[in-house]
Write a new protein. Structure first.
Length: 99
C-alpha cells in the first residue's frame, strides 16, 4: 500500500510546495501593488502641487506684465510732460531775454 501511495504523496507534497510558493509570490505582489499605489498617490499630489504652482506663477506673470505696461505708459506720459515743461521754460526764457 505504501508503494502505491508514494507517488500520490510526492505529488501532493509537490503541489503543497508550489501552493506555498504561489502564496509567497502573491504576498510579494500585494506588497508591491500597495507600494505602487502609495507612490501613485504621492505622484498625483506632486502633480497637483506643480499645477497649482504653475497657475499661481501664471497669474503673477499677468500681474507683472500689467505692472510693466502701466509703468511704461506712466514713463511715456512723464516724458511727454517733461518735454512740454521744457518747451514752456525755453519759451519763457526766450521771452525774458527778448525784453
Amino acid at each position: 500500500i505504501l508503494e502505491l501511495m508514494q507517488p500520490t504523496i510526492k505529488r501532493t507534497t509537490h503541489l503543497e510546495n508550489q501552493q506555498a510558493e504561489l502564496h509567497a509570490m502573491v504576498g510579494k505582489m500585494q506588497t508591491k501593488v500597495t507600494e505602487l499605489s502609495r507612490m501613485a498617490t504621492k505622484v498625483e499630489q506632486q502633480v497637483a502641487l506643480v499645477e497649482t504652482f504653475r497657475e499661481e506663477m501664471g497669474s503673477w506673470d499677468v500681474e507683472r506684465r500689467q505692472f510693466q505696461t502701466d509703468a511704461q505708459e506712466n514713463l511715456a506720459a512723464m516724458r511727454g510732460d517733461l518735454d512740454s515743461f521744457r518747451y514752456q521754460l525755453e519759451r519763457q526764457d526766450a521771452s525774458i531775454h527778448s525784453v
